[in-house]
Design a protein around this ligand. Structure first.
Ligand code: BGC
Length: 515
């Protein structure tokens, strides 16, 4: 095993152990997910708290009181209020592009630190807000924080992790997102009955932000990023430390080769549009689009509204939101344990099938009860069955599109297009998160129960997309991904000709190809 690499089923595998150092490092970095999760979970609850609305949106509050519609499909919908909520996602979208440049030029660590700092400022401005301006500026800072973290953390995790447990470590990010959502639901539950409860809900966001800021000061930079920025000696020492062996020559050499290829790139944004990066561009664009088109955020943002519509009482609906939040966390654990064993494809395909069936059942149940005019209610037994299928749907998302939506884009890009690819992933994800938040209530009013079939149809499309186009990437070192494209029935035609694919020789020679 000269140089610390061996060949397994035609691909290179590196030697090395799973060290405590790498586990702790990835745990700290994954905390970046808490910020995003906390915000996803907190905002819907806060914007339905009466004292919050009276203070900042009195007109909206009055309109809400005047709204006497009994149609369950057409609930009170105020664009200004939803725009306030979703402004964060627009800010995150813009920030992800700046984050890509920061990550490339200065490293992944500063991006994570900045993410935490922006979020901290945002949480403080919101928690202490005395007028709408403070609230909105705060939200923009929160968005910057999310954009910076979501761009840098998944890349950081994929680069630090040894290939054989990269999936599990990267999913730490999604795990933290789900913990953030659940924590936020619980906090909202506790604060919703207090006059200034909304301040606590919004201000507590400062806690994960401080954790990330302080944590990131102690984190080490990834070897890939160190080499990219010319710090070769430090990079090799770091690689030895995270792999727990001195025998890292092969992996180190591959990182150097990848970095040489990267240094030839003048414009990373233009680069990713070149033909040979077509698979990366395709997946970094379609995966986030499809992730949002599963309809998951209808549940995450509107769970209390949705459960009230479905006939659960006011408190019961918050509790149901907590139940789906709990299922979300637990089911994510399933993917942590399965992703490197059974692979990404199996999770995507099983998760897709399960979501499809659950959405169809939910659509049929709602259609049969509310019909087209939206009048009716569920009895207790029916409501429980409905909750069960909603939980089955959330569980399926939580072990498939949820974590894989962050893992796959971060692991399939070679170094020279990685920050750009991940920024595209974040930007598209945020754009559609924003879009769904903005139009869900009016979609429900127009599509009625058909909305669930609408998302089910998208789930079918995305499952077919994965079945035909996504190659398996489990256990493949990140700088060795080209092998995977080259052996794929569809993507191989986009790869430049190269004779020797085995053991990374493809990577090395590719650096010299002009294509
Ligand atoms: C998605 C979010 C979603 C969350 C639910 C994340 O992967 O990007 O939009 O709310 O999962 O757990």
């Amino acid at each position: 095993m000269a140089g610390g690499a061996y060949i397994e089923s035609g691909r290179r595998q590196y030697e090395g152990k799973v060290t405590a150092f790498v586990l702790i490092t990835c745990f700290v970095a994954a905390m970046g997910g808490l910020l995003f999760g906390y915000d996803l979970g907190i905002t819907g609850g806060v914007t339905s708290m009466e004292p919050f609305l009276v203070k900042f949106f009195p007109v909206v509050y009055q309109q809400m009181l005047d709204d006497s519609s009994t149609n369950q499909y057409c609930k009170f919908d105020n664009q200004l209020l939803t725009l306030f909520t979703s402004s964060l996602y627009l800010a995150a979208l813009i920030a992800s592009f700046f984050a890509a440049t920061t990550s490339r030029l200065f490293g992944r660590k500063p991006s994570m630190f900045l993410g935490g700092l922006f979020f901290l400022l945002g949480a403080l401005l919101n928690g202490f807000a005395i007028n709408v301006e403070m609230l909105i500026i705060g939200r923009i800072f929160l968005g910057f924080g999310v954009g910076y973290c979501n761009q840098s953390v998944p890349i950081y995790l994929s680069e630090m992790a040894p290939a054989k447990i990269r999936g599990a470590l990267n999913i730490g990010f999604q795990m933290m997102i789900t913990i953030g959502i659940l924590g936020a639901n619980l906090i909202n539950y506790a604060t919703s009955k207090h006059q200034n409860g909304w301040r606590v809900s919004l201000g507590v966001g400062a806690v994960p932000a401080v954790l990330l800021c302080v944590g990131s000061l102690f984190l080490e930079e990834t070897p890939n990023s160190l080499i990219e920025r010319g710090q070769h000696v430090k990079a090799k020492t770091m690689l030895q430390k995270i792999r727990g062996t001195n025998n890292v020559d092969e992996e180190y050499q591959d990182l150097v080769d990848a970095s040489e290829a990267a240094s030839k790139v003048e414009n990373p944004w233009k680069n990713i549009t070149r033909r040979k990066y077509r698979p990366q561009l395709t997946f970094c664009s379609f995966i986030p689009f499809f992730q949002q088109l599963t309809g998951i955020n209808v549940i995450m943002f509107y769970a209390p509204v949705l459960f009230t519509i479905l006939g659960f009482g006011n408190d019961a609906s918050l509790m149901s939101a907590v139940i789906t939040g709990g299922v979300n966390v637990l089911a994510t654990l399933v993917s942590v344990f399965c992703v490197d064993k059974f692979g990404r494809r199996l999770l995507f395909l099983e998760g897709g099938a399960q979501m499809l069936v659950s959405q169809i059942v939910v659509g049929i149940m709602i259609g049969m009860k509310f019909g087209l005019n939206g009048e009716g209610s569920f009895n207790k037994g029916e409501a429980d069955i409905l909750l069960l299928f909603i939980c089955l749907y959330v569980a399926a998302f939580a072990w498939s599109w949820g974590p894989l939506g962050w893992l796959v884009p971060s692991e399939i890009c070679s170094l020279e297009v990685r920050p750009a690819g991940q920024a595209i992933n974040v930007a598209i994800n945020m754009f559609f998160t924003f879009g769904i938040a903005q139009i869900f209530l009016s979609l429900l009013c127009h599509f009625k129960f058909g909305l669930f079939f609408f998302f089910a149809a998208w789930v079918l499309v995305m499952t077919i997309f994965i079945a035909f186009l996504l190659p398996e990437t489990k256990n493949v070192p990140v700088e060795e991904m080209n092998y995977v494209w080259k052996s794929h029935w569809f993507w191989n035609k986009y790869m430049p000709e190269c004779e020797d694919l085995v053991a990374g020789a493809y990577n090395n020679s590719e650096a010299t190809l002009s294509n």
